[in-house]
Design a binder for this molecule. Structure first.
Ligand SMILES: Nc1ncnc2c1ncn2[C@@H]1O[C@H](COP(=O)(O)OP(=O)(O)O)[C@@H](O)[C@H]1O
Ligand SMILES: [Mg+2]
Length: 219
């Protein structure tokens, strides 16, 4: 099974965009691609949901619930979103939904929530789910000042539980990167001993215009 788990250095760093670009690239290559997101919060806010963009990018016909089993209105951490709704996120259900999605496809692209150390339920972290699913990680990160620390901390957190880091993806990568951005890319690659890819600014309404984004090893 080809799969990838897209995490990030935090929230609003480009996880959904990176996951969408990976999914679209796989779909453009002829694969049936499923997408999965354990929990979505902030549905009461304006804007396209993560699962809608992921579904469109993948060309998937999965329902909202087949992509994201837990969906809450307030823009809060998943465990709090569940608590406010009188609900609880069940790790076993997350694995079932992810496995069902994968079973109907050639490849699966999962997007985490926030970063690796975000709790989904009690002390069950996004990192625990990633480890149980077993797919290699792609880490979305910003290109500019501050990203070296955030990215290296995330890589350490992943490797501490023997999660494979397939690549870091810096997004959105400017057409004319500054000296800081170019240095960040090289420094993360060297100190993190990791492949660092870049993703330019995408028109999210038009996946057919996106450049390919693929991980080494055709994951
Ligand atoms: N390569 C890119 N092209 C277009 N928009 C991007 C790109 N990278 C990040 N963004 C924008 O940055 C914001 C955060 O990205 P998103 O993927 O939603 O982050 P996350 O999933 O980590 O919360 C969004 O407004 C998104 O459109
Ligand atoms: Mg997202």
């Amino acid at each position: 099974m080809n799969g990838v788990f897209v995490t990030g250095t935090g929230t609003e760093v480009g996880k959904t965009v990176v996951a969408a670009a990976l999914a679209h690239t796989l779909a453009a290559g002829g694969a049936r691609v499923a997408v999965f997101k354990p929990c979505v919060t902030g549905l009461e806010e304006d804007g396209e949901t993560d699962y809608a963009l992921l579904r469109r990018a993948a060309g998937s016909s999965q329902s909202d619930a087949e992509i994201a089993p837990y969906r809450y209105g307030p823009p809060v951490s998943p465990h709090l979103g569940a608590e406010l709704a009188g609900d609880q996120i069940d790790p076993a259900r997350l694995r079932e939904v992810a496995d069902a999605a994968a079973a109907g496809a050639d490849a699966i692209v999962c997007e985490g929530v926030g970063g690796l150390m975000v709790p989904l339920s009690g002390d069950y972290l996004v990192r625990d789910l990633a480890a149980e699913l077993g797919y290699p990680l792609a880490i979305a990160a910003a290109p500019g000042l501050g990203t070296i620390n955030h990215t290296l901390v995330t890589i350490e957190a992943a490797r501490a539980v023997e999660l494979e880091v397939a690549a870091v993806v810096l997004t959105p990568w400017p057409g004319q990167p500054s000296a800081v951005e170019r240095s960040n890319r090289e420094t993360i690659a060297t100190l993190g001993a990791v492949e660092v890819l870049t993703l330019p600014w995408l028109d999210l309404t038009a996946p057919q215009t996106w450049p390919a984004l693929a991980l080494t090893g055709d994951r």
